[in-house]
Design a protein around this ligand. Structure first.
Ligand SMILES: [Zn+2]
Length: 93
């Protein structure tokens, strides 16, 4: 006996809407586009508020100097008779 029945399945569709041109398009699963599919704006997902540019924090020169100083303090003098090449060659055998 064969029966036919129609089932409705629900598919989640993720759409993106460009804040610049208003274009709406479907996203592939889990992939957030970098550019708007139509106007190619990289700020399609950004709010229209005028925020200051969020750039990656650039360390100021003082903190860079401090970091260098801490690295330099880790450099121990090599024991006599051992070269830097021998120390670098840490072959695991
Ligand atoms: Zn757009």
């Amino acid at each position: 006996m064969i029966e036919r029945e129609t089932k409705t399945i629900t598919i989640e569709v993720v759409t993106a809407t460009c804040g610049r041109c208003g274009y709406k398009w479907e996203l592939k699963r889990g992939i957030v586009p970098k550019l708007c599919a139509r106007c190619k704006s990289p700020y399609w997902n950004a709010e229209r508020k005028h925020k200051p540019h969020e750039r990656r924090a650039v360390p100021d020169s003082a903190s860079v100097d401090a970091a260098r100083a801490s690295i330099d303090s880790l450099r121990l003098p090599l024991p006599a008779g051992i070269t830097a090449e021998e120390l670098a060659d840490d072959s695991e055998e």
